[in-house]
Design a protein around this ligand. Structure first.
Ligand code: UD1
Length: 322
């Protein structure tokens, strides 16, 4: 059985790692790893491969950045010859990024079987490019590996035959559990004892200057009472610079490696984010979470501490850790 995995962007790496490791232990399984190059900076990609002990990709498509159409099309045209040459029995795609849907489209047309890991999650918000990627990928997939019961239900409501749905649990949390001991050992690196940890990269939050300005102003207000630590996604850094916004008072950092970020999450008084994955990680860690989004990754599955973002939350952050 030849299984070809496709990864491309930061949130794919922690999901693929446990699957690669588990399949690596099985006799008779040949694995190929393709990196689309959607994320290409060392701190968005390489460092995750080393910490998660993922083997170097067999193929890198080096697509880089571009509009959604351009990025998706580039992945498709570069991935198709790889599938034709390598002839996998199954292609596994992960999550909801452009690399996921692009690879699924190629395989569907070549009639190569597709497994979607993290199938069935829905925000029911088509303004999010990731929602479109999820719906299309699930429509095309032959094996739908869901993390939770709500994923199964969403797929059944969309008419996916139950025989294609396999509930396998949350592979991203498998990576967290494996590397949590290393995160616990991580030194404090000079960070304060009490802080809010922030991540922000959704187009709906960072691409509009007024929205980004108002979110950053709220963070500056919170920073008066509680230090705000903010590893900045490249997209967000570009927008802050392009809009000429002043965030000098916040602790801005480069994107962090997986273990260091996990260490910061577990020690945070509160995490403020628009990331779907971090909603799941903070829920597992029992860290209070504030979601800067009008919809969650999956409405039913998150018994989280999610709250709508509001600048009135300052006093809430003073509460002791749950
Ligand atoms: C992508 C995913 C999103 C995921 C996020 C995690 C899609 C539609 N979106 O969003 O679901 O939560 O990754 O990070 O696939 N850039 C760099 N260096 C890099 C990567 C990106 O500088 O290594 C810059 C590029 O200039 C690019 C911008 O960041 O224009 C955005 O990157 P892109 O891959 O288009 O989407 P993300 O916002 O990262």
């Amino acid at each position: 059985m030849h299984i070809l995995h496709v990864v491309g962007a930061r949130p794919n790496f922690m999901k693929a790692a446990p699957v690669l490791h588990a399949l690596g232990k099985r006799a008779g399984v040949q694995q190929t790893l393709v990196h689309t190059g959607q994320h290409y900076d060392a701190n968005m990609s390489d460092v995750f491969f080393s910490q998660l002990e993922i083997p170097a990709p067999d193929v890198n498509l080096d697509v880089g950045s571009g509009s959604h159409a351009r990025q998706t099309a580039d992945i498709m045209s570069r991935f198709e010859p790889v599938v034709l040459e390598r002839k996998p029995d199954v292609v596994l795609v992960y999550g909801d990024v452009n690399s996921t849907v692009a690879a699924a489209l190629v395989c569907a047309k070549l009639r190569v079987r597709i497994g979607h890991v993290e199938a069935g999650l829905r925000s029911f918000d088509r303004n999010m490019p990731e929602e479109i990627n999820r719906v299309v990928t699930d429509r095309l997939a032959d094996f739908l590996f869901t993390p939770s019961e709500d994923g199964d239900k969403n797929l059944e409501h969309e008419g996916i035959p139950p025989g294609k749905i396999y509930r396998v649990g949350n592979v991203m949390i498998d990576s967290l559990v494996r590397l949590l001991p290393a995160a616990i050992q991580c030194s404090k690196n000079g960070f304060p004892d009490r802080y809010a940890l922030v991540t922000l990269h959704r187009p709906s939050n960072v691409d509009d200057s007024q929205t980004l300005k108002s979110v950053l102003q709220s963070l500056l207000d919170i920073n008066e009472d509680l230090d705000v630590i903010f590893p900045v996604h490249p997209r967000t850094r570009q927008r802050i610079a392009a809009f000429g916004l002043n965030v000098e008072k916040l602790h801005l950092l480069e994107p962090l490696p997986y273990i260091e970020f996990l260490a910061l999450q577990r020690r945070a008084v509160v995490v403020i984010t628009d990331s779907g994955g971090i909603q799941e990680e903070t829920t597992y860690l029992g860290v209070p979470l504030c979601v800067i989004r009008t919809s969650e990754t999956s409405l039913a599955a998150r018994p989280s501490y999610g709250l709508s973002f509001s600048s009135t939350l300052g006093s809430w952050f003073q509460r002791p850790r749950l």
